[in-house]
Design a protein around this ligand. Structure first.
Ligand code: LLP
Length: 434
């Protein structure tokens, strides 16, 4: 459930009319709903927190470390931090943002295949919950960095379980040929090595098999393998206190099968890997943020090709604002901001102004008849939307607005053209301009 609904013929985000925000802030713009973020976090967390089989031996509930990469706007992060969320991070920038938003270091997980020494040092000095180690060279560097700081690095080893899943090949991470994690055999060897390294405290194992997963079967297969590896490590005399099961649960993008509910997911997890005597971590990203945000755009004009009659809705948002359709052929529902009085439909290709054919949001979609100046919303754009934005074609980044009830705030303003140009510096061999 989300809080984007039509009232009096106009789409609202909670208590605020989208049209009003579009007029005040300009388009394209991202709009987020606080209530939806909070609800998604609570529904997911409560489903897991309520399972006795998922309590740690010390009685700790699972750590729900929101995958910051999905939407790292500080206001979004703080909204979630206030609900008790931790943060799954993949860069020093994300760790810094999580801290800034009030996430306690002991709720921060640091993943990623290419952490630099400086990033490792920053994470260790911050005292985060754990570093998810993804390879042997990384473990060796981490040992060196921790040793030189006189600190011990709490780690889990990311195993690539050889089960890939996800909505698109570019977001599948657990396949045997993907770059993430190590094989189980290597993980078990590395774990033993880590246990005898005074600079490393191996705490457990982790996996994350993909994103936009709409079926529990591959997850269950991966998790039951993880259980076997926990048991194998223990049989080798090693202590295993933590199990990180990653993120990946899909969301409805409207044209796809309804993904499993958090309750079904929690039930599967409890049955598959419950009562293992570990503290569990989950890293949901999309599930929390996707349907808590929309991208609002205005139709620039409708171009009808004289030869074929093909109709292009040329809108002011583009692939630099929302790259998912270009990059993953992703489907985003498109809705008019003002409910059409007429039920007539038109068949449109919806395209942005960027000079690439890939800058196409959809082809041949039946939509309410639209004309220049009409506002439309790309739904489910709260995750992997603004964060993947760029200034390609020298287009300023779309602003972001967070709504709470009938209040709203610009939480990232649109840069002016001067702001954009001031980021670049001309070398002094050019003659100064007046
Ligand atoms: N944990 C790890 C280690 C991850 O790599 C990811 C996502 C997550 C958690 C969160 O997964 P989620 O719950 O959001 O599915 N840009 C792509 C998605 C890339 C996901 C990368 N990893 C998209 O727009 O679909």
């Amino acid at each position: 459930m989300n809080h984007f609904e039509y009232k009096n013929g106009e789409m609202h985000v909670e208590g605020v009319a989208v049209r009003e925000l579009a007029e005040r802030v300009g388009t394209p713009l991202y709009l987020y709903s606080s209530a939806t973020l909070e609800r998604h976090f609570q529904v997911f967390s409560q489903a897991l927190w309520s399972k006795e089989a998922l309590q740690s031996p010390k009685g700790e509930a699972p750590l729900i470390a929101y995958a910051t990469k999905a939407n790292s706007n500080l206001a979004v992060l703080q909204t979630l931090a206030e609900q008790g969320a931790g943060a799954d991070t993949v860069s020093e920038g994300e760790i810094r943002k999580a801290l800034m938003a009030g996430v306690a270091p002991e709720k921060i997980v640091f993943s990623g295949v290419g952490k630099t020494n400086d990033e490792m040092a920053f994470a260790l000095k911050t005292g985060i919950y754990q570093i998810n180690v993804e390879s042997r060279p990384e473990l060796e560097r981490l040992s060196h960095v921790a040793g030189s700081l006189g600190l011990v690095a709490p780690i889990v080893i990311r195993i690539n379980p050889g089960v890939g899943a996800g909505g698109h090949s570019k977001i599948t991470t657990g396949g045997a040929k993907d770059k993430f994690g190590v094989s189980a055999a290597e993980a078990i060897a590395l774990y033993g090595q880590a246990a005898s390294d005074p600079n490393i405290a191996p705490m457990g194992i982790a996996c994350h098999i993909g994103s936009q997963i709409s079926d529990l079967t591959p997850m269950q297969a991966a998790f039951s393998k993880m259980k076997g590896w926990v048991q194998e490590l223990r049989a080798n005399g090693l202590s295993v206190e933590r199990l990180d099961l990653g993120g990946g649960l899909g969301v409805p993008y409207f044209n796809q099968p309804e993904p499993p509910s958090p309750a079904d997911f929690a039930q599967m997890v409890a049955l598959t890997v419950g009562n293992l005597g570990v503290r569990y971590t989950f890293e949901p990203g999309r599930l929390i943020a996707a349907n808590a945000g929309i991208l609002v755009s205005r139709v620039i004009h409708v171009h009808e090709r004289a030869d074929s009659g093909q109709k292009f809705l040329v809108v002011d948002a583009a692939m630099n604002d929302l790259i998912r359709p270009a990059m993953y052929d992703a489907y985003h529902d498109i809705r008019p901001v003002c409910e059409p009085k007429d039920t007539k439909k038109g068949t449109y290709d919806v395209v942005g102004p960027v000079c690439e054919t890939g800058d196409t949001f959809t082809r041949g979609r039946d939509l309410p008849v639209m004309k220049a100046g009409d506002l439309m919303a790309f739904m489910s754009a709260g995750a992997y939307g603004a964060v993947m934005g760029s200034e390609y074609n020298s287009r300023p980044l779309a602003p972001e607005v967070l709504v709470r009830d009938d209040k709203w705030a610009v939480v990232r303003p649109r840069p002016s053209y001067e702001d954009m140009m001031n980021q670049e510096v001309l070398p002094d061999w050019f003659r100064p301009r007046n």
